[in-house]
Design a protein around this ligand. Structure first.
Ligand SMILES: Cc1cc2nc3c(=O)[nH]c(=O)nc-3n(C[C@H](O)[C@H](O)[C@H](O)COP(=O)(O)OP(=O)(O)OC[C@H]3O[C@@H](n4cnc5c(N)ncnc54)[C@H](O)[C@@H]3O)c2cc1C
Length: 479
């Protein structure tokens, strides 16, 4: 009998657990240890943050799903991982009681997402700082309340400054921030208040529409169009100002301090700001048999789990080598440890990095979106099944081989809503296979705007919640 433990129950961990359970016989044990007993459908938090969706519509209880599937459920936060051969186990604390928990494993999936590192930017964040966030459900609810309070002030005739984007020079997840800004725009238009708000997109991207994936180029009748041109047209149409190539370094009440590519520094004043923090790996202790710290074998300096990628390449070399991206998501030192979703360490950024003359790196980190995290969760599960059944891994999918679709909501109404549908293949440009200057297949790459996208986003919300509840047919719904 094999004991498989999955840490985390987000897009990556929950997907991995569902596939593990469906592919392994009952003689094998599948356990999920997670510090959140609810599954969260994060993409819809852009609507929670403007008060257009009730928070409870974006979450559901995991235990009943796991009881039905036959997955053991441990509601606890992991703290230590002991990976050395012999006794391999995780130590954690039970939610609520903080009682110690020990789980032994034969195979481990680390899928614990990001630590939201608000502390990386002094003054950032809704708990100890002065900005908002939509990166957790309590944060999205707090953002909603702050936004609706601002709307009340606007109704009294006040003019306000709203800033949305990235709150750290190395942040990722620009797509979610873009959606939130566009939903604010649409909401204010509908309320007849748009003229009273100055909307600013403030981001660390090298170009508009970069989204941490080096932008997208697509074929149109008129020729090639880039996401930079596309997003610029959208922002002009919506009267949204932008400031890119900028890293926020500090926040004070109503003031954002930043540096840009040129090394200039400045201050932007705001009444409401929603800025994405830096993401780090979860700060677990990795402890060897003799009590020593073995974290260097498992994680990089940011705490992301090292897998089968080629690390340490400079950007130029990495951007020419699609095979440097991990394929099996297996740790080379501990082959029974895998990582999925945001938890795995990418070998570097996809977007062009930049260090300004003051030595500040302003570089959009590589995103691992929900779809990518789900795909990797499935690959990892299938590889563990391979190891158990045939002693070797056979499944691989690099981000440089993976297709990704993203629907960026720009207003949720099914009558006059809007969304940008983005499809890219592959996610990480592969300049060896696609020698067209973009590294992507231009027949697949797409960026379209329209009401149909708003319908798709709505349908995706319900379809994915169906899938994640493991309802009939979940396996045929792609990640
Ligand atoms: C507002 C917003 C909108 C987004 N929109 C989209 C979109 O439209 N499309 C898209 O593809 N992606 C979108 N994303 C990105 C997507 O949500 C993430 O890429 C995805 O959630 C990453 O999945 P994950 O499983 O790696 O991490 P997470 O979803 O963060 O899951 C991590 C899990 O680990 C658990 N955990 C953390 N620490 C511990 C611990 N110590 N012990 C035990 N368990 C722990 C957590 O409780 C959680 O269950 C959006 C993100 C945000 C914030």
């Amino acid at each position: 009998m094999a004991k498989v433990v999955v840490l985390g129950s987000g897009f990556a961990g929950h997907t991995a657990a569902m596939y593990l359970r469906s592919r392994l016989g009952k003689e094998h044990q599948v356990t999920v240890m997670t510090n959140n007993d609810m599954f969260s459908y994060l993409p819809s938090w852009v609507w929670v943050g403007v008060g257009h969706m009730k928070p409870e519509k974006t979450v559901f209880k995991l235990k009943p799903v796991y009881d039905r599937l036959g997955v053991n459920f441990v509601h606890a936060a992991a703290r230590e991982i002991h990976p050395d051969a012999g006794e391999q186990y995780i130590l954690g604390e039970k939610a609520g009681t903080k009682e110690p928990v020990r789980l032994d494993y034969d195979y481990l999936v680390i899928a614990t997402g990001p630590k939201l590192n608000f502390a990386g930017t002094p003054g950032l964040g809704p708990e100890t700082g002065f900005t908002n966030s939509i990166c957790s459900l309590p944060h999205a609810i707090k953002s909603r309340d702050a936004y609706l309070a601002l709307v009340e002030r606007m109704k009294q005739g006040e003019k306000v400054r709203i800033v949305v984007g990235t709150g750290h020079p190395g942040a990722t997840c620009q797509g979610a921030a873009f959606e939130y800004l566009e939903n604010i725009h649409k909401d204010l238009v509908k309320r007849g208040l748009r003229a009273q708000a100055d909307l600013l997109w403030l981001s660390n991207e090298p170009a508009l529409g970069d989204f941490g994936v080096d932008g997208i180029t697509m074929k149109k009748k008129s020729g090639l169009v880039t996401s930079a041109e596309f997003i610029e047209a959208v922002f002009r149409d919506h009267g949204i100002r932008w400031q890119i190539q900028t890293g926020v370094t500090k926040v004070e009440p109503g003031k954002l301090y930043w540096e840009n590519y040129a090394g200039e520094s400045g201050v932007t004043e705001f009444d409401f700001a929603m800025l994405i923090p830096q993401f780090l790996g979860q700060p677990f202790k990795y402890i060897g048999k003799d009590g020593s710290d073995v974290s260097a074998k498992l994680v990089n300096k940011a705490g992301f789990v090292l897998v089968d990628g080629t690390y340490g390449l400079n950007y130029e070399t990495l951007s020419e080598d699609p095979d440097a991206w991990p394929a099996t998501y297996q740790n080379p030192q501990y082959p029974n440890v895998f990582a999925a979703g945001i938890a795995f360490a990418p070998p570097g950024p996809i977007s062009v990095p930049h260090v300004n003359k003051n030595g500040l790196s302003i570089t959009a980190a590589a995103p691992r979106t929900g779809m990518i995290s789900g795909v990797i969760g499935r690959i990892v599960a299938l590889n563990i099944v391979d190891l158990i059944k045939q002693g070797k891994v056979t499944h691989h999918e690099r981000m440089s081989e993976m297709v990704a679709a993203c629907i960026a909501s720009m207003g949720d109404s099914l009558w006059d809503g809007n969304a940008a549908v983005m499809i890219m293949y592959p996610v990480v440009p592969d300049k060896k296979h696609y020698q067209n200057g973009t590294g992507r297949d231009l027949f697949v790459s797409l960026l379209e705007l329209g009401l149909a996208g708003a319908w798709m986003k709505f349908v995706l919300h319900h379809t994915f919640i169906w899938k994640f509840k493991a309802r009939p047919g979940w396996k045929i719904i792609p990640e």
